[in-house]
Design a protein around this ligand. Structure first.
Ligand code: 5GP
Length: 368
């Protein structure tokens, strides 16, 4: 993680990934523009690094020029764009290729397009290192795209945050602030569901129960649900990748959430790594693993009591109950160890009235 001015940024795309994309784009330019003697127009400041790399890879004859534009705030019209460094070359009849670092709404590229047209350039191509397809809303065709990215604010590889970060060769994204992501654990009978509900309301979190997510996807026959079902039907475990893709879709569905409560996932160290990766890709991370701790004998009594009224067969047999508790501890130990190493494990006494337990959880969460 890095800090630029007042903000934190987390790794997003490394140099190798970016350079692989540049190789691909450059190969296409080399193929498409042979004998065209193109005029590359580099849009400053951000595109300097990308342009350097593309031009180093461009093997045919070409010319290079630079423009620097600023548009007045809040306007998208081409006639209200400032040319800080103007375009001096004659563009009439030339093969012009605009080199951009990033295309977001497309305001800048639209302005530049207007500028070129006003100088008599009828056709031009656009190459950009990054494109945000969710946000781009103009009709100009973007001919060559290095990497499509989601709606995030990124820095590095020429892109800055208030002047800083342009020299970074990896790309970072803004870390979401104030997100609380909990991995919630509790043995059967500990009241995990009840507490998840309370925490969800109190902190405005989204509760992602893996079991519910599976049932939802299978019931609605989503692509991932159908895939998961094909494993379940064969009596096989659903591969982690399928589960993580479902969770990813849940997280994306709730992109404005203040955070998430993960329930039922992760269960293994590999899954914990995948979850970390998923959250990193969203600019956030697991804040804490919170585990409700309840003495085995209390759990057995609670579940037997519940079994009398719930009618759940697995709540009525003491042997079955003890085995479920054992399985829980076996699984939990792995994750407890994993998150303890990162100082993210918090055990919370789960015996007492519901509100007392909530208070204990709140006192942990408020320190995160
Ligand atoms: P537009 O909305 O006109 O397509 O993008 C405007 C300009 O905003 C881009 O040329 C770039 O300078 C800046 N910009 C857009 N998205 C990002 C981003 O994620 N990071 C940085 N550093 N600048 C961006």
């Amino acid at each position: 993680m890095i800090k630029l001015h007042d903000l934190w940024f987390v790794p997003f795309l490394n140099k190798d990934r970016i350079e692989a994309a540049i190789d691909e784009v450059s190969d296409k330019l080399n193929e498409d523009l042979v004998d065209e003697n193109p005029l590359f127009i580099v849009v400053l400041n951000g595109a300097f690094m990308f342009a350097t790399e593309v031009l180093k890879r461009y093997t045919h004859s070409c010319e290079v020029s630079f423009v620097k534009l600023t548009s007045y705030e809040g306007t998208a019209t081409t006639n209200r764009v400032n040319e800080l460094i103007g375009l001096e070359e004659d563009v009439v009849g030339r093969t012009v290729v605009i080199i951009e670092d990033i295309i977001d709404t497309g305001t800048t590229i639209e302005a530049l397009s207007g500028l070129l047209e006003s100088k008599g350039c009828e056709t031009y191509k656009v190459v950009t290192l990054f494109l945000k397809p969710e946000v781009y809303n103009k009709n100009i065709n973007i001919d060559y795209v290095g990497i499509e990215i989601p709606k995030r604010f990124i820095v590095g590889y020429g892109l800055d945050y208030n002047g800083l970060g342009r020299n970074l060769t990896d790309v970072y994204q803004l870390k979401s602030t104030n997100m609380t992501n909990l991995v919630l654990f509790g043995p059967p009978g500990a009241g995990k569901g009840t507490q998840a509900e309370v925490l969800k309301q109190k902190y405005n979190l989204v509760h992602i129960s893996t079991g519910d997510v599976f049932r939802y996807n299978i019931k609605n026959a989503t692509e991932l649900g159908t895939l998961a079902k094909s494993y379940i039907d064969k009596g096989q475990l659903v591969p982690d990748e399928v589960t993580i893709n479902m969770l990813n879709a849940e997280v994306d569905k709730n992109s404005d959430a203040k955070g998430f409560i993960f329930d039922g996932f992760p269960r293994t160290e590999a899954q914990a790594d995948s979850l970390a990766e998923l959250l990193t890709s969203k600019g956030t991370s697991v804040s804490a693993m919170v585990a409700l701790e309840v003495d085995d004998e209390v759990l057995v009594q609670r579940l037997l009591e519940r079994g009398k009224t719930s009618g759940r067969a697995d709540d009525s047999d003491e042997g079955v109950i003890r085995n479920r508790i054992k399985v829980y501890y076996d699984e939990t130990a792995i994750l407890k160890n994993y998150y303890q190493k990162q100082d993210k494990y918090f055990g919370v006494d789960g015996v007492g009235a519901i509100n007392e337990i909530t208070e204990r959880l709140v006192s942990v969460i408020d320190t995160l």
